[in-house]
Design a protein around this ligand. Structure first.
Ligand code: HEC
Length: 145
C-alpha cells in the first residue's frame, strides 16, 4: 500500500506522507491539499468556514435526485457518530478530534473522498475543497468531559 501512496502523492505533487494519526495527521492532509490548490491559485488559504459551508451544502445526488449533504450521513456535528442515510448503519465520527483513526491513511481518505464526492456532487472534490473540509473537521472543539 505504501507504494500506492507514494505514487499517488507524486501524482498530486504532494511531497510528504502523513506520519501521524488524529489531528496531527489531518493537519498534514490539509497542508498538502492546500499546497496542491496553490498551484492553480497561489493565494489560496484553507478556512474552517468554507469547509463548514461545503460540509452542510445540499446537492441533488445523482442516483435518485434526493437532496444530500456530507452532513446527511456524517451528521450536523462531525464530532458525533454518524448514521448512513440509506442503510441506517452507524458511522464512526468523521472528525479526527474525536476519532484519531481519521485522516491517517492516505489511500482510504482519497478513496472515500472520490466516492462520496462523486456520489453527491457528481465529480471529485478539488484540492481546495478537501483542504477546507479537513481544516473544518480538525478545528472543532472536543466536548468537555
Ligand atoms: C451516504 C452516506 C454518506 C455521505 C452522504 C457521505 N459520507 Fe463520507 N463516509 C461514509 C461512510 C459509511 C464512511 C466510512 C465509515 C468508516 O470508515 O467508519 C465515510 C468516510 C468518509 C471519509 C474517510 C475519512 C477517514 O480518514 O477515515 C471521508 C474523507 C469522507 N467520508 C468524506 C465525505 C465527504 C467529503 C462527503 C460529502 C461530499 C461525504 N463523505 C458524505 C458515508 C457517507
Amino acid at each position: 500500500m505504501r507504494k500506492f501512496a507514494v505514487v499517488l502523492f507524486v501524482a498530486l505533487g504532494i511531497s510528504s506522507l502523513p506520519a501521524q494519526a488524529g489531528v496531527d495527521g489531518a493537519k498534514q492532509f490539509a497542508e498538502q491539499y492546500a499546497k496542491h490548490a496553490q498551484v492553480a491559485n497561489p493565494g489560496f488559504k484553507p478556512t474552517a468556514e468554507a469547509g463548514r459551508d461545503f460540509y452542510t451544502k445540499k446537492y441533488e445526488r445523482r442516483k435518485d435526485n434526493k437532496e444530500e449533504a456530507c452532513a446527511s450521513c456524517h451528521t450536523d456535528n462531525p464530532l458525533n457518530k454518524g448514521k448512513h442515510v440509506d442503510t441506517g448503519k452507524p458511522i464512526q465520527p468523521l472528525s479526527p478530534v474525536t476519532n484519531p483513526q481519521r485522516f491517517s491513511d492516505l489511500q482510504k481518505v482519497e478513496t472515500k473522498f472520490k466516492k462520496h464526492c462523486n456520489n453527491i456532487i457528481g465529480r471529485d472534490c478539488t484540492p481546495a475543497e478537501k483542504s477546507n473540509y479537513v481544516t473544518y473537521l480538525m478545528s472543532l472543539e472536543a466536548p468537555k468531559k
